[in-house]
Ligand binder design. Structure first.
Ligand SMILES: [Zn+2]
Length: 462
C-alpha cells in the first residue's frame, strides 16, 4: 500500500463529528475504513456505540500467545469554517511544497493511516507475521470521545490482553525532529457560583450594607495564587515530584527560550515558578486557571446595581502524583472557606482526568517491569526515527490532556507509545490544515519496525 494514495482517499470524506448533518459522511468514513483495514489484512467491523461507530480491525484476533498491540486513531474531523480562509477546498486533498493539504491531514487521518499501511506492507512480505494487532478507530475524538470509554469497557477483556497502545495524535517539533510524547497533564474543572441578595439591587437604595457577589468572587479568585504565581490551596502541590534530569535535558534540546516564548505570546513578562523555565512549567507543574469570570451588568454604559450573582469557571492542570478527586476537594474546600458571610456558594464539578506518564526504557525512573513488547517498541521507534530523520526523537511530556490515554491506562492497564506526526504549523483545527508527506512516509517505516520487532520477540507480558 502507498501511504500517499491511501491518505488522499481517506481525506475525501467530510466526516465532521460536531455537525449532525455530517452523519452520513461519518458513516461513509467508517465504511471506508472497514474496507481499508480488510484490504490491509485485518478482519474489520463497525462497532456501534450510542454515538458514532468505532471501527475495529483485528489481525490474529484468536492468537492469545502472540504479542498484542492496540492501535488507536480517530477518523472524525473538526468543522472547516471559516471556509473562505482555505486556499483549496478542505475535502479535496492537494499537494504543495511537500505537504498534503486537507481537513484531517494532520489530525488525525494522515497519522492514523500510517499503521494501517505499515501492517499491510509487512503482511505482503510475511503473510504469517506472528503478531496480534487490534485497530480501534473512533469517530468522536473532536467532540470529547464521549462514547469511547464505553467501547473500551465493553471490550475490556480483549483490549487488556494487549501489551501496549500505539498512536499518532500528538505533535513533533519540526520536519527533522520527531517527538515521542511520554506524559500528559490531567485536568479537573469546576464552576463557582456565588449568590448574594435575591435579585439585582439598586446600588443607591441598597448599596453599602450588602456584600457584593462580584467583590466576593474577585477576592476569592485573587486569593488563590501568591505573588510568585503559586497556587495557595492547602495541599495543592502534595505528591508533585521533581522531574528527572534526563527530562529537562530532553526538553532543552527543543531550544526554546523564555524570551522568545514571551514574544510569541505577546506578553512582556512570564511568571514561572522559581527553578522552572516556561517549557518546564507547562509540562512538570500543575496550574489553577480562571477560564472565565462573570457577574453583574456586562452591557454598554453604566447600570447602577449590586448584582445578585457572580461566577467563575476554573480548570486545574494536574501532573503525575495528583489525584483528580482529591485536588477537586481541596480546591472546593479552600474556596468555601474564603466565602464571606452573606454570600452563598455553589461549587459545580466538571471534567476530571488523571495525568499520565510512561518512562522510556533505560532512563532514570523507568519501570523495570515494563513488558518486553513495549520496551522493544520504544527501542525500535528510537532507532528507526534516528536513522530516517538523522536525529534521535525527543522524549517529552505535553501540557494537555488526552482522555483516552487515561482510559486505556485506568480500564485496561495499558501504557501508550505516542509518536508525533503533525507539526506546530500543521494548522490543526484551522484552515489550510496540512501534513508533511515525508514525515508520513518515514513513519510508515517506524511503525513497520515496531510491528516487526514485537513480532520477533515472544510475548512476555509483565
Ligand atoms: Zn486528533
Amino acid at each position: 500500500m502507498d501511504i500517499l494514495s491511501v491518505v488522499k482517499e481517506y481525506l475525501r470524506f467530510p466526516g465532521i463529528s460536531a455537525d449532525p448533518a455530517a452523519k452520513p459522511a461519518i458513516d461513509a468514513t467508517a465504511d471506508y475504513l472497514v474496507g481499508l483495514l480488510t484490504k490491509a489484512g485485518c478482519k474489520a467491523e463497525r462497532v456501534e456505540t450510542a454515538g458514532n461507530p468505532v471501527v475495529v480491525g483485528r489481525y490474529n484476533a484468536d492468537r492469545d500467545d502472540l504479542p498484542h498491540i492496540v492501535v488507536y486513531s480517530h477518523y472524525d474531523v473538526q468543522p472547516v469554517d471559516p471556509l473562505e480562509l482555505w486556499q483549496t477546498p478542505p475535502f479535496e486533498p492537494v499537494i504543495k511544497d511537500g505537504k498534503l493539504y486537507a481537513r484531517g491531514s494532520a489530525d488525525d487521518r494522515g497519522p492514523g493511516a500510517i499503521p494501517i499501511v505499515a501492517l499491510a506492507n509487512l503482511l505482503q512480505k510475511n503473510p504469517d507475521l506472528p503478531l496480534r494487532v487490534t485497530f480501534t478507530i473512533e469517530g468522536e475524538e473532536e467532540i470529547g470521545s464521549q462514547h469511547f470509554p464505553d467501547f473500551i469497557k465493553a471490550h475490556r477483556e480483549e483490549l487488556s490482553s494487549a501489551d501496549f497502545v500505539v498512536l499518532s495524535d500528538t505533535e513533533s517539533i519540526d520536519k527533522d525532529q520527531m517527538a515521542i510524547t511520554v506524559g500528559l497533564r490531567g485536568i479537573i474543572g469546576l464552576e463557582i457560583r456565588l449568590t448574594g441578595p435575591n435579585s439585582d439591587l439598586h446600588s443607591g437604595l441598597h448599596g453599602g450594607p450588602v456584600y457584593n457577589p462580584c467583590q466576593a468572587l474577585a477576592e476569592i479568585c485573587a486569593s488563590l495564587h501568591d505573588a510568585q504565581n503559586r497556587v495557595t490551596v492547602p495541599g495543592f502541590y502534595d505528591g508533585v515530584g521533581v522531574p528527572a534530569a534526563w527530562e529537562r535535558e530532553e526538553l532543552a534540546r527543543i531550544g526554546e527560550n523564555d524570551e522568545d516564548y514571551a514574544k510569541f505570546l505577546g506578553v512582556d513578562a512570564l511568571h514561572c515558578h522559581p527553578g522552572y523555565n516556561a517549557a518546564e512549567c507547562i509540562r512538570f507543574l500543575p496550574t489553577l486557571e480562571f477560564n472565565g469570570i462573570g457577574g453583574g451588568y456586562q452591557g454598554e454604559g453604566s447600570k447602577t446595581i449590586v448584582p445578585a450573582k457572580a461566577f467563575a469557571k476554573i480548570t486545574c492542570r494536574l501532573v503525575p502524583g495528583m489525584d483528580p478527586e482529591d485536588v477537586f476537594q481541596k480546591v472546593a474546600k479552600a474556596i468555601r472557606s474564603r466565602v464571606p458571610a452573606g454570600i452563598r456558594a455553589e461549587i459545580v464539578p466538571m471534567q476530571k482526568c488523571k495525568a499520565y506518564f510512561v518512562c522510556p526504557p533505560g532512563r532514570e525512573n523507568s519501570d523495570p517491569m515494563m513488558n518486553r513488547a513495549l520496551t522493544n517498541a520504544f527501542k525500535a521507534a528510537e532507532e528507526i526515527i534516528t536513522q530516517e530523520f538523522g536525529k534521535a526523537p525527543i522524549y517529552m511530556r505535553d501540557g494537555g490532556a488526552i482522555g483516552i490515554i487515561n482510559d486505556f491506562k485506568e480500564i485496561c492497564k495499558l501504557d501508550s507509545l505516542m509518536l508525533g506526526v503533525s507539526l506546530p504549523d500543521s494548522r490543526i483545527h484551522a484552515p489550510n490544515e496540512n501534513v508533511v508527506i515525508d514525515i508520513l512516509e518515514k513513519n510508515v517505516k517506524t511503525y513497520e519496525a515496531i510491528f516487526e520487532r514485537c513480532a520477533k520477540n515472544p510475548k512476555s507480558k509483565a
